[in-house]
Design a protein around this ligand. Structure first.
Ligand code: UDX
Length: 436
């Protein structure tokens, strides 16, 4: 099929490359000239395992191209909207400027029978608002939310655990459903559940999935707060409740909480939208989910202060990690970087290291010191703070090795990823999150 993808960020670039890899002819459109140039050369503009291979293969096959010129979508019959929906500067609501601009720019090139498939995460009601404009061209607007996780984006796109398509009533909707089944042919053939819904449900599926995941993380972090005043161990607690299949073990890792380009802004946008709909109370708990999440960053900072005897002023603190999670260079709303910035604000000499995110972090927080090599970063540290659980800092950092690099003996484990007993045995004062 001939496909266009409007917006080539984490979502769009991966989607475009993945669709080309399963045999479609794909053109990716973005307003950012540099990003388009990078992608056109077969390089990923951000860290995403497996993406470069797909980009190169797409380029060699001649089925994948990138452009800043919207007119090049004219031969495509399915157009995916994959632009960002960040949080508004002065409110919790989603900023839909990029979605609206993408639709406006696309309209002149739409033809009778085309399908426009929104992938961006939007407040419920957005698709219905935009339908009229799209339908005036003879095209049909559907919503096809994306559930990919950064770091696993290629796999999640090629082997999704479900496909959801919100379609309007009538012949246009039926045609769109058929077209999307064809677009996702290999996944559909392998038995991936394919759910067809109305537009509002499809929009809500995405935000409610993210709200649920955020709530699960904040739930376990709330338990960590209780563990901290009772001497209980939240890691053991998570393991024990996780054996209950109804609860499940995933997303019960207590620590400094969630960040990234999705969960934080999506739960806030959901709250804002629910308020607009007069149902603010239905998701009022999401405010608490957000608050619990942010409190855990304070807690990690406090543990460093306590570990260093009441003040971090002029102490050397090495922060292991900057990305919001491992296997990513994304620092959007990163709890890791937030902890580093706060420690710097308290007067610590903060050194940050990360295998992938230093360049991005330096751009936003040039006041911090960045060191690429892990061991060099650890040298002479008074305290180590693990904030992104890369294997380099977790599995591949024996405490004895850390001891050989510095005389400091304080380690704060913001992700509960270290073997507390081993670090203690090596002479370190170990502080976990919700662990004794
Ligand atoms: C998320 C959703 O998982 C994905 O389905 C959606 O499409 C986009 O948002 P992503 O932002 O890539 O994906 O990250 P995810 O892997 O969900 O992690 C989010 C944050 O939660 C990270 O900061 C991570 O460190 C944190 N987290 C995750 C925890 O603190 N504890 C956990 O148990 C799991």
């Amino acid at each position: 099929m001939k496909i266009s993808v409007i917006g080539c960020g984490y979502l769009g670039a991966v989607h475009a490359a993945a669709m080309a890899s399963i045999g479609h002819d794909v053109v990716g459109v973005d307003v950012d000239q540099r990003k388009v140039a990078t992608l056109s050369q077969g390089h990923a503009p951000f860290f995403e395992p497996g993406l470069e291979d797909l980009l190169r293969a797409g380029r060699e096959s001649g089925r994948l191209s990138f452009t800043t010129d919207m007119a090049e979508v004219v031969n495509a019959s399915v157009h995916f909207i994959a632009v960002g929906t960040p949080q508004q500067r002065d409110s919790y609501a989603a900023d839909l400027t990029f979605v609206d601009a993408a639709i406006d720019a696309l309209l002149p090139f739409l033809k009778e029978g085309d399908i426009v498939a929104g992938k961006s995460t939007v407040p419920v009601g957005t698709a219905t608002r935009l339908s009229g404009q799209v339908e005036s061209t003879g095209a049909t607007l559907v919503w096809n939310p994306e559930f990919l996780r950064e770091g696993w984006a290629v796999k999640d796109t090629l082997e999704p655990d479900r496909l959801v398509v919100g379609v309007p009533d009538g012949a246009g909707g039926e045609r769109a459903e058929r077209a999307l089944r064809e677009v996702y042919g290999p996944a559909v053939k392998s038995g991936t559940p394919f759910l067809v819904t109305d537009l509002a449900t499809a929009e809500l599926v995405k935000v409610s999935a993210n709200a649920f995941l955020a709530t699960k993380i904040s739930f376990i972090n709330a338990m960590a707060e209780i563990a901290e005043v009772t001497g209980a161990d939240v890691s053991k607690l998570a393991e024990a409740i996780g054996y209950d299949e109804r609860i499940g073990r995933q997303f019960l890792k207590a620590g400094i909480g969630f960040g990234g380009g999705c969960l934080p802004k999506d739960i806030r946008a959901f709250s804002a939208r629910a308020e607009e709909l007069g149902r603010g109370e239905s998701v009022a708990f999401l405010r608490q989910v957000d608050e619990i999440n942010l409190r855990r960053r304070d807690r990690a900072v406090q543990l460093v202060v306590d570990g260093l005897g009441g003040s971090v002023f002029e102490k050397n603190v090495t922060v292991l990690g900057a990305a919001f999670k491992p296997h990513s260079d994304d620092i959007r709303d990163s709890p890791a970087l937030d902890v580093a910035v706060r420690l710097h604000g308290l007067g610590a000499n903060v050194t940050v290291t990360d295998p992938a995110a230093i360049e991005n972090a330096r751009r936003i927080h040039p006041q911090l010191t960045y060191v690429e090599g892990r061991d060099e970063a650890i040298r002479d540290a008074d305290a180590l703070v693990l904030v992104t659980e890369w294997d380099e800092y977790r599995r591949q950092l024996p405490p004895e090795h850390a001891s050989s690099l510095t005389d400091g003996r304080v380690v704060v484990d913001g992700r509960n990823g270290l073997d507390a007993a081993a670090w203690r045995a090596a002479g370190w004062s170990y502080y976990g999150m919700g662990r004794p």
